[in-house]
Design a protein around this ligand. Structure first.
Ligand SMILES: Cc1cc2nc3c(=O)[nH]c(=O)nc-3n(C[C@H](O)[C@H](O)[C@H](O)COP(=O)(O)O)c2cc1C
Length: 240
């Protein structure tokens, strides 16, 4: 029950005690938990960069200014979808490497990285600490890749700020269960359920949310993609 309670109490904290030093034992517990996540075919197609260096963290904040906690916290981890390791194996054995010719390897490696990341979130919370998942590192993906010296076949999925929270946060309500959970087969559901969530979130009145949930995704998906991520994936040999 302790784990269930913890999972259902999850929330993102964004303000941390800058001076809190994460112990080696705490960091190791988070990394070991991340590495024990399930992965496709036990492929472990991901890597983690542990960033303590304040200069690098400052540069990351400059590339994603809405995430100052990257620096004002204890440590920043970056979770990478990593198909470089298996490319090294292919190279060693002089076999073809067909990664990049289908989106499947990328999807699988991205999922592997995401499972490891979520395990790190759960471990962090079990230690009484808190975190922020930072997709913002993909805003300036080329510069982030350069800064972190990422080789071909590697994609930075998200970062994870970890620290000791200093400002309490409320548990954020989720979409209605009926709009998310299906039994036996996918069932269509009433559009009103989606609108209900706009109301729920309005009442929740989160300061950082300036738009309704529906408006947010209307805007996101009605805007033509800028092509940055696709171009990056092509550069990394992860997409044709
Ligand atoms: C892939 C991903 C990327 C995210 N990127 C950011 C981010 O760049 N900055 C941030 O403050 N929160 C980020 N978040 C946190 C989400 O905003 C947050 O999880 C969501 O609003 C739900 O809130 P909760 O975690 O407090 O329940 C991200 C979460 C995920 C899963």
């Amino acid at each position: 029950m302790k784990t269930i309670n913890q999972l259902q109490n999850h929330r993102t904290y964004r303000q941390f005690d800058k001076n809190y030093q994460l112990s080696e034992t705490e960091l190791q517990a988070i990394l070991d938990s991340a590495r024990q996540a399930p992965t496709w075919m036990n492929g472990q197609l991901y890597s983690i960069i542990v960033i303590r260096d304040l200069t690098i963290r400052q540069k990351l904040v400059e590339l994603t200014p809405n995430n100052p906690h990257i620096k004002d916290s204890s440590v920043f981890l970056v979770f990478l979808a990593d198909l470089k390791r298996t490319q090294k194996v292919a190279e060693k054995h002089s076999t073809p490497y067909h990664v990049g010719e289908s989106v499947d390897p990328l999807l699988v490696a991205t999922a592997d990285a995401a499972f490891a990341l979520e395990n790190a979130v759960v471990a962090t919370e079990a230690l009484g600490l808190a975190s922020v998942v930072v997709g913002g590192i993909r805003n300036e993906i080329d510069q982030v890749a350069k800064l972190l010296n990422l080789p071909d076949y590697v994609f930075p999925l998200a970062g994870l700020t970890i620290g000791k929270p200093i400002v309490e946060m409320k548990i954020k309500p989720r979409l209605p269960e009926k709009a998310v959970v299906h039994y036996d087969t996918y069932q269509d559901y009433d559009y009103a359920l989606i609108e209900d969530y706009d109301l729920t979130m309005k009442k929740f009145a989160e300061k950082r949310e300036t738009k309704d949930w529906t408006k947010k995704f209307l805007d996101v998906y009605s805007t033509e993609p800028n092509g940055k991520i696709d171009a990056f994936l092509k550069k990394q040999k992860l997409l044709k």
